[in-house]
Write a protein that binds this ligand. Structure first.
Ligand code: 4AD
Ligand code: MG
Length: 478
């Protein structure tokens, strides 16, 4: 007999048929003559209620049906008289596929803290919260490919091992096959990378952008979507050492075109989540409400689904970095010295400043442009004022920076001059500079941090909870 997924059964609501269902036990309640088993197979947040007449089954089998155990149940779908579900499965045959010792299985039917579940990240998929998060994460990855495919962008796979530091920030993980204890040395006593695997020092990529630009200046519009690595020692709720980034790169786009694309793209993804992940979002919205119950009113965030609708339906605010600094300096928050970090033209904005602009001042997403060149990467287009570059950061509530991007400097001489100022190795990037030597064009791109976006969609507060196996400083378990 064909196995049916719980999702299909609950969606159709049909009764009368005999079906086979396989899944994991979430809970079991027993009375004298019947047991009710809540079975979940991961296809949907809801469980299927399995009704067991205890007189029809072996006592020892029933004893081994505990939270976490895997079952195959053959039975008949019947209209349910219980609340919360339309159909239930009246069991005829039960096979215990895999028992779970109730003394040892960590995920019991009670509220577990997110910290506890992080320590049990290998099993946390078995909870409603993480089931919902990872179904949504899947849907968003799918929607990203869908969006770009509809808009004529090509998916370009850029390398994970690279010899260049695209962001010029030097926060890279070295990739080597040299003996860490006894590396070969040059006559001067330095590590001899010429005998390393690639014959040169290599790292895990911090961004696919430079290779993406090569693709865009031939294919027109491309995007990358892959793992990205940063060895920054940031122990925050928004930083991972291994995260996923989506990087579109577009020939012939200026900064305005790029802002329009970023806003349209984000709104498409949010609408997709609202249309396709309603059950999981409803669950997560309830979870958030529950979590915020004790907080004072002004610290409570908007209902998750209201917030998603609000962002999808309203224009983002667009202003310059200089304008943002003005607003911050004139704010009561600043005057009362409530910002921890300084606000000064030329200084990079901290997440507290970004969130002030988004959550308190404009009360909607903000796109900031034209940042001081000193705080941005070498490849950004230099504005005529000589002080700023055509950078673009998209700032979101609760998150701060969710997208970083820019128009690129397409002028060979200006680009090389800036690279020299910033001590970027011009010789090593000869291949990148060839885009400016041969048929250079105005072009632009941006990077969306996938996990930061999933934080926003799910309303979760810690980036470690929206990637299956987080890598952070001193943490690479599982
Ligand atoms: O602003 P970033 O560093 O920009 C770039 O890497 C450019 N090459 C993108 C481009 O123009 N093609 O990073 C882009 C985004 C950030 O806005 C943030 O959302 C995310 O990547 N991000 C991180 N997410 C999680 N953990 C980290 N350590 C992150 N660093 C950046
Ligand atoms: Mg950035």
């Amino acid at each position: 007999m064909n196995r049916k997924k719980v999702r299909e059964i609950l969606c159709s609501g049909e009764t009368g048929a005999e079906v086979l269902v396989k899944g994991w036990v979430r809970t079991k309640r027993s009375s004298k003559n019947v047991s009710f088993i809540a079975l979940n197979d991961g296809s949907v947040i809801h469980n299927l209620q399995v009704v067991v007449d205890v007189n029809d089954f072996d006592e020892s089998l029933l004893r081994d049906i505990n939270t976490g155990a895997a079952l195959a149940v053959r039975g008949v779908l019947m209209p349910s008289s219980g609340s919360g579900q339309k159909v239930e499965l009246v069991a005829r045959e039960i096979e215990l596929l895999g028992p779970a010792d109730p003394e040892k299985f960590p995920i019991q039917p009670k509220k577990h803290s997110l910290e506890f579940l992080r320590e049990n990240a290998h099993l946390r998929f078995r909870t409603n919260t993480f089931g919902a998060i990872f179904r949504i994460r899947h849907a968003m990855a799918f929607a990203i490919h869908d969006y770009f495919n509809r808009h004529g962008f090509y998916y370009l796979h850029t390398p994970i091992i690279t010899a260049s530091d695209a962001e010029g920030a030097g926060q890279m993980f070295r990739v080597t096959t040299l003996d860490a204890l006894k590396p070969p040395l040059t006559p001067e006593g330095n590590v001899d990378f010429s005998s390393d695997f690639f014959g040169r020092p290599t790292n895990l990529t911090v961004s696919g952008q430079l290779e993406g630009e090569l693709g865009a200046t031939a294919l027109g519009e491309i995007y990358t979507f892959g793992p990205t690595f940063r060895a920054e020692n940031s122990n925050t709720t928004r930083h991972l050492a291994e995260f996923w980034m989506i990087e579109p790169e577009m020939a012939f786009y200026d900064l305005k075109d790029t802002m329009d694309l970023a806003e349209d793209f984000l709104k498409f993804l949010i609408r997709y989540a609202l249309d396709h992940c309603a059950d999981d979002l409803t669950f997560l919205a309830g979870r958030l409400r529950e979590e915020e119950k004790g907080k004072p009113a002004e610290q409570q965030s908007m209902d998750l689904i209201e917030k998603l609708k609000f962002v999808a339906e309203n224009d983002f605010e667009r202003l310059t970095y200089s304008g943002a600094v003005e607003i911050l300096k004139n704010s009561n928050h600043y005057k009362k010295k409530k910002f921890q970090f300084p606000v000064e033209w030329g200084v990079d904005l901290q997440s507290e400043h970004e969130r002030y602009l988004v959550e308190r001042h404009f009360k909607k997403p903000v796109i900031l442009i034209d940042y001081p060149k000193e705080i941005k990467a070498f490849y950004m287009k230099q504005n005529d004022d000589g002080k700023t570059v055509a950078a673009m950061d998209v700032l979101f509530p609760q998150i701060g920076e969710i997208i970083g991007g820019s128009q690129r400097e397409e002028n060979f001489d200006k680009l090389v001059a800036r690279m020299e100022e910033m001590h970027i190795p011009v010789d090593e990037l000869w291949w990148y500079l060839d885009t400016r030597r041969f048929g250079t064009v105005p072009h632009s791109g941006f990077g969306l941090g996938f996990e930061r976006f999933i934080l926003f969609i799910t309303g979760m507060g810690n980036i470690r909870d929206v990637i299956a196996f987080p890598r952070t400083p001193k943490n690479a378990e599982f």
